[in-house]
Design a protein around this ligand. Sequence first.
Ligand SMILES: [Zn+2]
Ligand SMILES: [Zn+2]
Length: 422
Amino acid sequence: MRGGLKVEPKQRRVGEARMDGSYPSLPVFCSQGRGKMAPTHVLRCCQRGLAWIPVIFIALVVCWSYYAYVVELCLFTIRSPIEKAIYLAVFHVSFIMFVWSYWKTIFTRPATPSKEFCLPKSEKEQYEKEQRPETQQEILKRVATSLPLYTRTGAGAIRYCDRCQVIKPDRCHHCSACDMCVLKMDHHCPWVNNCVGFSNYKFFILFLTYSLVYCLFIAASVLQYFIKFWTFWLNYTFKIEHKRLLLNGSIYSELPESHAKFHVLFLFFVAAMFCISILSLFTYHLWLVGKNRSTIEAFRAPVFRNGPDKNGFSLGFSKNIAQVFGDQKKYWLLPVFTSQGDGFSFPTRLVTVDPEQPTECFQPAGPDKGAVEGSAEQLTPLSESQNRLLGNDYHAEEDHKETDVLKTDESEAITISIESES
Ligand SMILES: [Zn+2]
Ligand SMILES: [Zn+2]
């Protein structure tokens, strides 16, 4: 959200800023009369129904690819039993992993801000009555002092969603398609008809990984039959050596009727096409994971106390990977939730806290539902630095910008751990 201090109030409650800063026209539930609610509701239902079309399309393509590969290629075309068995085994492993991760990406509900981020009743009433943005900001600041917030709007204001009426946690954004605030929102993906964010980002990466593996394996194993069919088709079309082929049956012994030919030819085309289109998205998201950056943050850097910092959440390559995939490698390739943190607060590259040595300065860690047990180190924002951040004050240690690990007195247990970004 840009310029939150100036344009905050009533008219913006209709919708929230998009990534590009524009404001979509969301349905107005409060200001319209009953007569207009019904068509809006119907329209909304239609939109929800239509949003499933890309998912249904992908599901149909996957079902057809299963039939074409297993039945037409493996059962009807391939003669060698060993080749058939190997192809079927590898195909089914990649198919199961692909469908599993796709399913989890689609049906994992986006995580939303907890009640702690809602304004208490008295403050909410006060906020709604208040017309001046400056005073509204004061109310938000007062509530936000108890929350683990590091980021603000470009204008330095507390990030507040008027639509959901909630203070936005760090990295949280409002999705106009889902009409909700989504924790660590990455983007809204029409191909899964869901928001990709904190709760399903790992599943989304695995979905890209396994769809790439699935398409690559199909394309690679179908290639030789594709060439044989294609060569035969060319020969047949141009009637070159057609009679010889018919007589000695060398190709007919390997290549069956035309319907298998059709499926195998299209299987290769479709797999290759999906491979190319997924590859760039997959590479981009791997890069984002390595930088601990969401797609939104890649386009617009999060704003910290010192201004925008695109690497503000980056903790170094290996820790960035662990943030999404967890620190137990055996779970990395499985679509089960192992991402670190609770989605409300994220370690920044400025501060690392040792949980063994809590002091009164530190905000206790919130419910850590996603953290993998046995994690050696837990990263938590400092409440003191939050308060100072919110008060436009600077924490003494935040001026340390050296790439170093600095351990202060044991009782303080503050570790300044900054890894330089290459
Ligand atoms: Zn919202
Ligand atoms: Zn969404």
